[in-house]
Design a protein around this ligand. Sequence first.
Ligand SMILES: Nc1ncnc2c1ncn2[C@@H]1O[C@H](COP(=O)(O)OP(=O)(O)OP(=O)(O)O)[C@@H](O)[C@H]1O
Ligand SMILES: [Mg+2]
Length: 404
Amino acid sequence: MSPTRTIHLRLNRLHPAQQQVYDERRRFNVLCAGRRLGKSRFGIRLSADTALTGKPVGWYSPTYKMLAELWRETRATLAPVTTQKNEQEKRLELITGGVIEFWSLDAPETSRGRRYARVIVDEAAMVSDLAEVWDMVIRPTLIDYAGDAWFLSTPKGRDDFAAMYDLGQSDDHPDWASWRFASTANPYLPADELDALRSTMTSRAYEQEIEARFIDELTDALWSNALIDGHRVARPPEMRRVVVAIDPAVSASADSDETGIVAAGLGVDDHAYVLADASGRYSPLGWASKAIAQYDVLGADRVIGEVNNGGDLIRSNLRAVRATVPYKAVRASRGKATRAEPVAAMYEQGRVHHVGVFPELELQMTTWSPQDDKTSPDRVDALVWALSELMVKRTQRAAVSVQG
Ligand SMILES: Nc1ncnc2c1ncn2[C@@H]1O[C@H](COP(=O)(O)OP(=O)(O)OP(=O)(O)O)[C@@H](O)[C@H]1O
Ligand SMILES: [Mg+2]
């Protein structure tokens, strides 16, 4: 008989919020929590528990990028008990015979026909069509093993994830359980990390991202989550032209001192693609550097921004960071709402696509009413500048030339 070998696996001991969720679990579990609460760590622990008993686990992430990060973390954590790993297929086999397979919901169909004793859906609120993906793709994988499911996410408005959360709160659905925790329930989260998160957020974003509240969309907002979700893509096509738009912070009030920095491109298909949201609270040189960094990363054609009352602040700040960056000043001759409406119309026509998910930008888009011109949704402003530059002018020019 071969001698018994003891392997030490370094798994985090659950913190109190994670422990509570674990103790109160049912078959279908919905953990709604602020950023950095420890959702993914908890998911890794849940996966390990099941795979170490020799059973198969399916892990689902909304995008390939999020999946890749998780894959690295899980692979490293479970290395001492892993017998086979397949980088290509993102599959781990453990010494117990248990397996963990990782799937990106960019292409939900691929996991059809699998069987799992446990599935984890990380950042479930970022999955478009979550309810459908659950019914058609994920839930059937649990039949053979009568497996359980875990939805772990920061909330994103009143979407399918919120509906699942509600099932967990209702007495009529004894199979479902749900919990809600703010980020501050993670005792291991350093205060400065929380402060850093907070410093880049408006109070609305803070309620959603840190306090984990389901924020209602406004019915008179120009955009809805469904409108944005319906045309979201994982990857952009080739770009004809890319711009980075800046809407600099002007006021110092707690809610409006973010600088909006949004990059978008016009694809070869003549549709627009929102590529990046690098908005945040920055010093003037800070936002100029951030915008130029986006310009470099995306190989953009130019930076654009509005000429403000006191002269061209954006131009001078950009020049201070780099003298040669191509810049174009635009002039706001119309009100915010008037500028935003044609952009919203392009979304309705299905001609604007978000590449990936931009939670804070999308929160502003769905909670700002054009009636309310006083508030300053900086990310939306930058978005509108970028998309107007790429598309609205083209459409107007086309209309003129048709008439002429
Ligand atoms: N039980 C635990 N013991 C020790 N540290 C933990 C524990 N749970 C989470 N952490 C730490 O807290 C931090 C956040 O964890 P994790 O990445 O799992 O959170 P998250 O909610 O998935 O975050 P995000 O919102 O960024 O996806 C990490 O540094 C992680 O190591
Ligand atoms: Mg996570």
